[in-house]
Design a protein around this ligand. Structure first.
Ligand code: GUN
Length: 295
């Protein structure tokens, strides 16, 4: 695939990080404390460890302070809720995340609802989701806002376009469908939200100007589902065993890239597409929380 058709999320995320670093330096010079992000990581899931490590490294890159709090799988729900309460009250911490997934004995909804909405830089709290739906200032979920920002910064027209979102998760599919339908210069799409019960999925996808694949099934989106010239956004990051790799796995997107890329006008690679944007938007949320911009 020619690089002109690749959507370089890595570079776009770098651009955003440079902007954030400049603002942090400016604020520091004006006597403000630097934004401080905390991350709670429970257990040893390989993907989660990588994501959290990248979030902490990204903080260093832009001049934020960061704190990583690690707990073993056997932490109780009550203990985790107590940690959340501590971070809620800690004036040094501007925002924090609890990396998902959590062990089965912990209810993620309960944990998310325990986070102070003003510090919920993942944008997962029902208060932030409700404010997002209502069009009020809110901390927006990072992957959905990263997708909208990526389309905007890559000059991809969205207004009036038919966008088919595949997958209805709380983290990506549902919120990105809401954001893309909003009356914003960077959105204004006609949105169809498809999921595991959708009938005639391939037919619906083939009517899309923009496809957002967020189902977590490697190479689910195939050439027969894509209209020639469509824009394809791949949110998938499934680890698939691969003995030929030093790590022992390959990161697979939800799109069969080799078969879909020749049809698409623009397409995100995996890795290097949506993933880096998620981290950039988390940093942006942390800066906004530190500035007290939202609530
Ligand atoms: N798991 C998958 N995506 C995310 C995310 O954006 N934030 C957190 N905390 N956990 C996740």
């Amino acid at each position: 695939v020619e690089t002109s058709r690749l959507i370089d999320g890595k570079q776009t995320a770098e651009d955003i990080k440079v902007e954030i670093a400049a603002e942090v330096a400016q604020r520091r010079a004006a006597g403000h404390k630097v934004p401080h992000l905390a991350a709670i990581l429970v257990g040893h899931d390989g993907g989660s460890e990588t994501y959290v490590r990248n979030k902490v490294l990204a903080c260093e890159r832009v001049g934020f302070a960061s704190t990583l709090l690690r707990y073993e799988d056997d932490i109780t729900e009550a203990e985790l809720l107590a940690k959340v309460a501590e971070l809620n009250e800690d004036p040094e911490i501007d925002g924090f995340i609890v990396q998902l997934p959590l062990p089965r004995h912990i209810d993620p909804d309960k944990v998310i609802e325990a986070i102070r909405p003003e510090k919920d830089v993942d944008g997962f709290h029902p208060m932030n989701i409700g404010r997002m739906v209502a069009g009020l200032p809110a901390l927006l979920p990072a992957t959905p806002s990263g997708i909208v920002e990526l389309l905007a910064r890559q000059g991809i027209k969205t207004s009036g376009k038919h966008c088919v979102v595949i997958g209805r998760s709380n983290i990506v599919g549902t919120p990105v469908s809401i954001l893309l339908a909003k009356n914003l210069d960077t959105a204004n799409c006609t949105v169809t939200l498809c999921h595991s019960r959708t009938q005639n999925l391939a037919d619906i996808c083939r009517t899309a100007d923009i496809v957002v694949a967020a189902i977590g099934r490697p190479e689910f989106v195939t050439a027969d589902m894509i209209k020639p010239g469509a824009v394809v956004i791949d949110v998938g990051t499934t680890r698939v065993a691969d003995a030929s790799k030093k790590s022992g796995f390959t990161l697979k997107g939800d799109v069969n890239f080799s078969e879909v890329a020749p049809l698409a006008s623009r397409i995100t690679p995996v890795p290097g597409g949506v993933g880096p944007m998620t981290i950039a938007m988390l940093l942006l949320n942390t800066l906004r929380a530190a500035k007290g911009e939202i609530h």
